[in-house]
Design a binder for this molecule. Structure first.
Ligand SMILES: [Mn+2]
Length: 432
C-alpha cells in the first residue's frame, strides 16, 4: 500500500500538494493530518467528498510500503507516522520546497527552494500531460498564492509564475480563490492585536526597525500569523515578532514577519526549533521565560548576517568635492567632466552643502555663473553613516527627494552613496 501525507497544521500548499501527488501516484491514498488551518477546514467543509481524504487512524499502517511526503521533510511535522520510522523496506519519496535539512532518508526526493511545493508537483503533472479540473486548478493556485503571497514573497521564482499561468489556463477561479484565501480576522484576533499595540515598542537591531512583542493569550486563537502581519504593517517596522504565551500551560508560540530581504525569518525560527520562509515563520516552545525568549530572538537577529551589506560596502570613495568659493562655471565643467549629477561641497574637511545639476535651474543670468557655489548649493543636508543599510539609504533618498547621500564618520565625509549605488544593491549586481 502507498500513502501520501503532508505536515500538521496543513495549509493550502500542503493540501494542494497532497491532492496533486494523488494525480502523479494514482495508487497512493491521501492521508490528511488531523490538525489543519481554519481556511482549509472551510474549504474541506464544501469540497471534502471530491478528494477521498483519510485520517491516519483510518489507515492500516502495517500495510504501508511506500510513503510519499509533500511540503515538509521532517518526521516531527507528520501526524502519527512515527511507527514508520524504523520500518525496514519502506520506500520514502519527498516533494518539498523548504530549505531545512531533510531527516526522512528518502529513496528519492525533489527538494528545491521554489515558492510553493505545488510548483514542483505541477512540473511532474505537466511532464505527464495530466489535465486538471477547474476545481483542482483552483485548489492548487490557492496553495501557490498562499505560500508566495500571490507571487510577491521574495521566495517566488519564475517557475512559480509559470505554474500560476498554467493553473489559470486550466480554469482556476480567482473569485473562489479570493474567498478561500480571505484571512479570518475576527473578534479574537482583533483583541490580541489591540493588546499587542498597547505595549508595542520599537528598537533598532542591526539597523532594522524591529518590534518584539510579548502577549498573553488564553484558549486557542487561530491565525495569529495574520495578527503579526498586521502588527508589522501598523508599526511600520522591518521585522516584527509576536511571542504569544498561553496562560493555561505557559507554552510560547513565536511568530515572525520580515519585510526586508536582509532578515531571514525562516533561519531565525529554525534556530529555535521551528521553521518557515525568508519572510515568515514560526516556532512553538514549551514553557520558557518569555523575557529570555525576547533576548534570544534579539541575539539571533544580531547574528543574522545573511546579507547585512552596509553603506560602507556600497559607497564611492574617495569623494570628489569642491570648496564653497568655487565659481558655478567651474562646477558645471566638473560635473560634465566627471559625468556625475552632483557633488558635495566641503570646506576644511567639513561638509557645508551639496550642489546638483538641479540647482543650476536657480541660475537665471549668465553672469551668475561667476558666483561661488555657496550661493546656489543646498545646505539642507541629508547624510548617512557608513553602518546603515542600503534600505535605509533608499528611504532617506525618497523621503528627502535627493539622489545622493554624503557618508559621514566623525564629522568627516568618507564617501558618497548615490541612487545608482543603492539600485545596484537591490538588483543584485554588486561588483565582486
Ligand atoms: Mn509550503
Amino acid at each position: 500500500m502507498q500513502i501520501v501525507t503532508t505536515h500538521r497544521s496543513t495549509d493550502f500548499d500542503g493540501l494542494a500538494s497532497l491532492v496533486a501527488a494523488t494525480l502523479l501516484y494514482p495508487e497512493a491514498v491521501p492521508v490528511l493530518p488531523k490538525a489543519h488551518n481554519p481556511n482549509i477546514k472551510a474549504f474541506l467543509s464544501i469540497h471534502k467528498d471530491l478528494f477521498n481524504l483519510r485520517r491516519t487512524e483510518d489507515v492500516d499502517m502495517d500495510a504501508v510500503e511506500r510513503l510519499i511526503v509533500v511540503d515538509t521533510n521532517q518526521w516531527e511535522r507528520l501526524d502519527r507516522m512515527d511507527d514508520l520510522k524504523e520500518r525496514a523496506g519502506l520506500e520514502i519519496l519527498v516533494w518539498d520546497h523548504h530549505e531545512s535539512k531533510c531527516n526522512l532518508s528518502p529513496a528519492w526526493a525533489c527538494q528545491e527552494p521554489v515558492g510553493a511545493t505545488i510548483t514542483l508537483l505541477l512540473r511532474g503533472i505537466r511532464q505527464k500531460g495530466i489535465e486538471l479540473s477547474p476545481i483542482q486548478a483552483t485548489l492548487f493556485l490557492c496553495g501557490l498564492y498562499e505560500d508566495t503571497g500571490s507571487l510577491m514573497f521574495p521566495s517566488t521564482t519564475s517557475e512559480d509564475a509559470r505554474a500560476a499561468a498554467f493553473l489559470l489556463e486550466s480554469g482556476a477561479d480567482l473569485g473562489i480563490l479570493r474567498t478561500l484565501l480571505q484571512p479570518a480576522y475576527g473578534q479574537k484576533q482583533k483583541e490580541v492585536l489591540f493588546e499587542m499595540l498597547k505595549t508595542a515598542d520599537r528598537s533598532m537591531i542591526n539597523n532594522w526597525k524591529t518590534s518584539i512583542n510579548t502577549t498573553r493569550i488564553s484558549g486557542h486563537v487561530n491565525n495569529l500569523s495574520l495578527v503579526v502581519h498586521m502588527y508589522r504593517d501598523i508599526l511600520n517596522v522591518d521585522v516584527a515578532f509576536g511571542i504569544f504565551v498561553h496562560e493555561e500551560n505557559g507554552k510560547c508560540i513565536v511568530i515572525g514577519r520580515s519585510g526586508t530581504p536582509d532578515v531571514n525569518i525562516g533561519s531565525v525560527m529554525r534556530s529555535m526549533g521551528g521553521g518557515g520562509h525568508p519572510g515568515a515563520g514560526s516556532a512553538m516552545l514549551k514553557a520558557v521565560n518569555p523575557e529570555a525568549l525576547k533576548e534570544w530572538i534579539a541575539e539571533l537577529l544580531k547574528g543574522n548576517q545573511e546579507s547585512s551589506i552596509q553603506i560602507f560596502d556600497l559607497m564611492s570613495y574617495p569623494v570628489s568635492s569642491i570648496a564653497s568659493d568655487t565659481p558655478m562655471s567651474e562646477v558645471s565643467r566638473l560635473l560634465e567632466d566627471k559625468g556625475c549629477t552632483g557633488l558635495p561641497v566641503i570646506d576644511d574637511g567639513r561638509l557645508v552643502g551639496v550642489i546638483s545639476r538641479r540647482d543650476f535651474r536657480k541660475v537665471k543670468k549668465k553672469n551668475q555663473l561667476k558666483s561661488p557655489v555657496k550661493a546656489f548649493m543646498s545646505t539642507n543636508l541629508v547624510t548617512i553613516t557608513p553602518d546603515k543599510s542600503p534600505m535605509h539609504a533608499a528611504r532617506l533618498m525618497v523621503k528627502h527627494d535627493v539622489g545622493r547621500l554624503p557618508v559621514i564618520e566623525n564629522d568627516r565625509v568618507i564617501g558618497i552613496i548615490s541612487r545608482t549605488d543603492a539600485m545596484r544593491f537591490f538588483y543584485d549586481t554588486l561588483p565582486e
